[in-house]
Design a protein around this ligand. Structure first.
Ligand code: TYD
Ligand code: MG
Length: 452
């Protein structure tokens, strides 16, 4: 019998060692190194030996490479298409990561059910019955979606050869195992091997493959970082599980930009695409309330109008409370200090609560001005007209700083019927004849005179 070959992998970062050690010298984590059996894969090919044809690839002049055949599949999900950069590229490998229960399986099953192509949904996590139950809630009529519950890659490839699907979805890469490697499913060497086999399959047959990947508790896709290097696109599905909105973004994309964002709403019958996010993120109210301000932010290429709510009240107990949801608390404290110093508001003895509606967290600095306006409005108990919105960063000395792509924000605010937008005086704006009034301000004191 051939000698079994083993090697040691760090389960955290994927570094490989020839012997066991307590601490990983690469990522400095303790007790993460385990021994894994690796057998030299004699033929780690996705095809069974009988159907094997030896095709070697030849160099081609770049101008001679044929791209005339439609290279992208339209997934019929506009948000998903947008994040991918216009659809699924043939022969591409896409990895979708996200916290447990966020809706990864739901999203991909939903897309599989909608697709007009033959789709194979391979699940190593749920039974066919469970998937059927889920599918019934989402879209009970689908003739093109096939479900397979299998975890061994060789068996999956056998089924793929029989079925000849146009698209393959794997839920999840951590449940797969290959015969060529001895270690258990989910280990570094298995993940690497299974992904390599899938890449080979995808490239040779031009079939797009979408993988679901689990993430570790610090938010990275479980398994070696190399997994993210191997695939073409890495998508991240995120959001607050207690809120209904989910955000899909691309962390890596070989075929498009990583700036795009997809927004979904989780409903009883699956995920709904939110094509006009600004409308749902701004709450409907009958009267104007104090402490509300709308910020014209930008997520990727897409302008997004979101509502900021603040509550300022006299602190009953000694130390005032400060809390922010969806906004960096340190940044809020800084803005409060600026307000105190530059606008003369005595906020030191006040409780301040801040909330971004919809459970979305934004890190666009253009939201600053809306935060300041909401705090001022609540402090004075004066409402801001509901057709005002704000897009500027606030500096430490109370100066209103310009933000990028301000014209796009202005146009979005205009489209949604806002009458006035407050921006920095230092923004260069070439727009003419807009229905919306563009109010240019240069310091926080200017804002005070407009809103309170
Ligand atoms: P799931 O796709 O199983 O998450 P993941 O694969 O990322 O672990 O999503 C599960 C959650 O979605 C579950 O908590 C219930 C919710 N859900 C709905 O609210 N509506 C639905 O129609 C479906 C299918 C799921
Ligand atoms: Mg799942």
């Amino acid at each position: 019998m051939a000698k079994l070959k083993t090697t040691f992998f760090c389960q955290n970062c994927g570094a490989q060692f020839s012997k066991w050690q307590g601490q990983c010298t690469s990522c400095k984590e303790w007790n993460t190194i385990t021994e894994e059996l690796i057998q030299k894969p004699e033929k780690s090919d996705w095809k069974s030996p009988s159907s094997k044809t030896s095709s070697t690839s030849k160099p081609l002049r770049i101008n001679d490479i044929d791209t005339s055949k439609e290279a992208r599949f339209d997934t019929l999900d506009q948000e998903f298409n947008r994040v991918l950069g216009g659809g699924l590229v043939q022969g591409s490998l896409t990895l979708l990561g996200g916290e447990p229960g966020i809706g990864k399986s739901t999203l991909l099953l939903q897309i599989s059910l909608k697709l007009p192509f033959k789709t194979l949904y391979v699940s190593g996590e749920e039974s066919q019955k469970q998937i059927k139950m889920r599918a019934e809630r989402i879209n009970p009529n689908s003739n093109n979606c096939y479900v397979l519950t299998e975890t061994k890659t060789q068996n999956i490839f056998k089924q793929i050869e029989d079925l000849q699907p146009d698209i393959v979805v794997i839920d999840s890469i951590q449940t797969l195992h290959s015969d060529y490697i001895e270690s258990s499913a989910g280990s570094i060497s298995q993940i690497k091997e299974c992904t390599t086999e899938l890449i080979k399959f995808a490239k040779e047959t031009a079939t797009p493959v979408i993988l679901i990947g689990h993430i570790t508790k610090d938010g990275h896709i479980a398994g070696p970082k190399i997994l993210e290097h191997m695939v073409d696109t890495v998508l991240q599905f995120e959001g607050d599980r207690n809120h209904v909105f989910r955000i899909l973004r691309a962390n890596k994309n070989r075929f498009g930009s990583t700036n795009e964002l997809g927004i979904y709403e989780m409903q009883g019958s699956g995920l709904r695409e939110v094509d006009n996010p600004s409308e749902v993120l701004i709450s409907q109210k009958e009267e104007e309330l104090s402490g509300h301000a709308v910020a014209a932010t930008l997520e990727g290429m897409r302008p997004l109008l979101i509502e900021v709510q603040a509550l300022v009240s006299t602190a009953v107990y000694g130390t005032p409370q400060r809390s922010a949801t969806g906004f960096n608390a340190k940044r809020m404290n800084m803005l409060l200090a600026v307000l105190e110093k530059r606008a003369g508001f005595r906020l030191g003895a006040k409780d301040v609560f801040l909330n971004i509606t919809g459970g979305i967290s934004v890190d666009d600095p253009a939201i600053d001005l809306a935060v300041v306006a909401a705090i001022l409005s609540s402090n004075e108990d004066e409402s801001i007209p509901s057709d005002y919105c704000f897009a500027a960063e606030v500096g430490l000395s109370g100066e209103i700083r310009p933000v990028q792509r301000v014209e796009q924000r202005i146009l979005e605010a205009e489209k949604l019927g806002f009458s006035t937008i407050f921006v920095s005086k230092f923004n260069k704006i070439a727009l003419k004849n807009t229905a919306i009034k563009i109010q240019m301000i240069s310091k926080i004191e200017d804002l005070v005179s407009y809103i309170v």
